[in-house]
Ligand binder design. Sequence first.
Ligand code: UD1
Length: 421
Amino acid sequence: MDKLVIRGGKSLSGEIRASGAKNSALPIIASALLSSENVIIRNLPHLQDITTMINLLGTMGVEPVVNEDLSVELDSNLLKSVVAPYELVKTMRASILVLGPLLAKNGYAEVSLPGGCAIGSRPVDLHIRGLEAMGAEVVVEDGYIKAKTDGRLKGGNVFFDTVTVTGTENIMMAATLADGVTSIENAAREPEVVDLAECLIAMGAKIEGHGTDLIRVTGVEKLHGCDYSVVPDRIETGTYLVAAAATGGKVKVKDTRPDILDAVLVKLEEAGAKIETGDDWISLDMEGRTLKAVSVKTAPYPAFPTDMQAQFVALNAVAEGTSTVIETIFENRFMHVQEMMRMGADISVEGNTAIVRGLTELHPAPVMATDLRASASLVIAGLVAKGGETVIDRIYHIDRGYECIEEKLQLLGADISRLPE
Ligand code: UD1
């Protein structure tokens, strides 16, 4: 397995470009299954999860065409199979996003149950109940979710008792081809849900209220093709900004969206960073100031994102003062803490709260990536740790969500390299 080797202690400085958002691209690729014509998707990040989703559609017969500019063209009229097999689903939970579109367009779908996940149990019961509220018959047998509908799905009222991002996306996609109006209550308001809604609207779907907690979808008989570019990745952007802050640096991220990063930018300012923004860029400058510890509590958008929690634990580990980091979305999402403690961090975890006592430095150590965002936090810790090499093992987790991470960090002056297996 590849490793990352980081010789930390340098302040990051320079400019990079944000990639397209993985969490937008995944449902948008799945949404091509709904269309009766060719769909072209642009600004896709070059990531393992994106390849997995494209391959998943490929196994169903879609024959994806990847163009030179990394856009992908999908023609779901070529669909031969409505089965999402275990071999692919087990590598990526987001494969569940094909369930709604397959069922809505073809009346039947079989999607393997996603396996266990490193960051908690992450069930899919809300996706299933939502589809049942639209008239689907769903059984779970032999490890597969088997869903069918007699004719079109029916518009219905779907209420989520927990805010679920992919759950909202699955139901919103299914509802575009249903007969009648579907209301999704307590819907996720994440920018990636909004991006998917805009892509569906570009295909001719009738959707209102995306970006609020009540989405209304009026079903249409057919969706047409579209040419759509996915939104920039707010989590990737936030990760580089935190890395800049933690190393006392000055970094500008271009081709991004400041308006969808408010909760993160507010916390970075509280930590002492000077933040400036334009329409499509954000700059961060520590201006020689001491980093101050900031407490955060994760919650659904627009509150502080769980996908930025680990990076802020790394930042707080080298900030002045003690902070609390409360995780309310996922159980068992503090695996980075043990690894950071191997680098000398002073952190204790009680239930869903990490208490981080800031230190002036961390020490290099061999550490192991355990999930995508935990890995990003270890990279940040490695960039801070002076006096040797931090070697991060199992970085395939990072490659699932960060395009060209070492190249981008090298552009910012970091001493980081990949050690092939
Ligand atoms: C998505 C994101 C992920 C992010 C998460 C929360 C994608 C591909 N992934 O994951 O990066 O960390 O949102 O912002 O977009 N739940 C249930 N039953 C369900 C579904 C969810 O109980 O059927 C619970 C989960 O266990 C969790 C909470 O709901 O506690 C939120 O999870 P959810 O928003 O569904 O996460 P994902 O959509 O899987």
